[in-house]
Design a protein around this ligand. Sequence first.
Ligand code: SF4
Length: 169
Amino acid sequence: MIDILKTRLVKGVVTKRIAASKTAVYEPAGAQLKALIAEKFGRSLNIREVDTGSCAACESEIIACNNPIYDLSRFGVNFVASPRHADCLLVTGPVSKNMAQALRSTYDAMPEPKFVITLGDCAFDGGPFKGSYYIENGAKSIVPVALHIPGCPPDPETIINSLLNFLRI
Ligand code: SF4
């Protein structure tokens, strides 16, 4: 503990201010997203994520969406632990054979109305793992998919803008 305090005193505060040019990219999209979610759901949009065998880079970008820079929850997007609390199922990874049933069961456990988003090229059709003997033909072969967010992996701005464009429909 003493060492930690000494290091802190020597180094000072190491976090940086967010560049204004950076926030200008996603703040307007986030504000629109918040308004659309309020209009369509009357509350927050609750998302349950299922990793069906990803390399974890897609998860890193999802985690980045919730870091202090993007702070997606302030725009009305929450990640929930139970499918029973979810409006949306977010799928990452190439859907390995042993995750197919888990994905289906998670979808079945969600209350209606519900929709599915695939995030990352793997979830769409296997991406770099396409053709492997141990994956399904994308999440769409297991559950109905309403939106695909492309990328390997997609960054937070792409995720926010894709959600925004989808909810505008
Ligand atoms: S789409 Fe790319 S980043 Fe995402 S899980 Fe697949 S290989 Fe990893």
